[in-house]
Design a protein around this ligand. Structure first.
Ligand code: GRF
Length: 206
C-alpha cells in the first residue's frame, strides 16, 4: 500500500508508521510526507528515514499561504507520488471540499476523540469538563465536513478521576500509536473497505 502522510507537528504517529514499515511488520510504503510547518519535528523524522518530504509552510516570509495555494501545491505533489491512501496524522489545516473531492486517493484522518463526539479542537479538555467516563481516538474517512466522515476504527480508554487534559492527551496518543498501524494493516489487507458507508468501528474490534 503506497501511503502519503500529511503532518503539522511532532510526527510521533508518522514515526510509528516508519518503524513498522522498516521492521517489515506493516505492508506499506510511505511514498512521501507533506508538512505545512517547516519547524515540525515530523519533517526531521521523514528526512532521517529518507522519505521524500515537501514543506508547504503556511507562513512564508511573514505572509500566510492561502489554503488555495497550499492545496494547489499539495495536489500536484500528491499526484506525483501516486499514493493508494492519504493519511492525515496530526495535520492541523482544514482542507476544502474541492481538494478532498479531487484527491488522488482516499483520505483518512486520526482524531483524538470517540467521534461523533468532540469534533474539532481541545477534545481532552472538553472530556474532562463533561465528566465523561470514556475517551479515545478515531480514524475516519475525510469528507468536506470537519471530522464527520465515516468512522473506520476507534480505540477507547476509561477516564480516571485523576486524569487531566494533559494526562489524557498522553494516554490517547499511546492509543493512537496502536490504532493507526492496526488500521493501515486492515486497509492494506483489504479487511477494511473504505468505500462502504455502512462500516462501523465495532465490527472490526478484536
Ligand atoms: C495527535 O494526538 C492527533 O490526534 C492530534 O495531533 C496529534 C499529532 O501527534 N490531532 P503527532 O504529530 O503524530 O505526534
Amino acid at each position: 500500500l503506497r501511503v502519503a502522510v500529511l503532518v503539522s507537528g511532532s510526527g510521533s504517529n508518522l514515526q510509528v508508521l516508519i518503524d513498522a514499515m522498516q521492521a517489515g511488520t506493516l505492508p506499506i510504503e510511505i511514498v512521501g510526507v507533506i508538512s505545512n510547518r517547516e519547524d515540525a519535528y515530523a519533517v526531521t523524522r521523514a528526512k532521517e528515514a529518507d522519505i521524500p518530504v515537501t514543506v508547504l509552510s503556511h507562513v512564508a516570509s511573514g505572509k500566510r499561504m492561502s489554503i488555495k495555494t497550499f492545496e494547489a501545491h499539495a495536489s500536484t505533489q500528491l499526484s506525483a507520488w501516486q499514493p493508494d491512501l492519504i493519511v492525515l496524522a496530526g495535520f492541523m489545516r482544514v482542507l476544502s471540499a474541492g481538494f478532498i473531492d479531487h484527491a488522488p486517493a482516499p483520505m483518512i484522518n486520526l482524531h483524538p476523540s470517540l467521534l461523533p463526539v468532540y469534533k474539532g479542537l481541545d477534545t481532552h479538555q472538553r472530556v474532562i469538563q463533561a465528566g465523561d467516563r470514556h475517551h479515545g481516538c478515531s480514524i475516519h474517512v475525510v469528507t468536506a465536513e470537519l471530522d464527520a466522515g465515516a468512522v473506520l476504527t476507534q480505540a477507547l480508554l476509561v477516564v480516571d478521576q485523576k486524569d487531566t487534559a494533559d494526562s489524557l492527551q498522553a494516554r490517547v496518543q499511546k492509543l493512537e500509536h496502536q490504532l493507526l498501524p492496526w488500521t493501515l494493516l486492515l486497509i492494506a489487507t483489504k479487511a477494511l473497505p473504505l468505500q462502504s458507508p455502512s462500516i462501523s468501528a465495532q465490527s472490526y474490534l478484536p
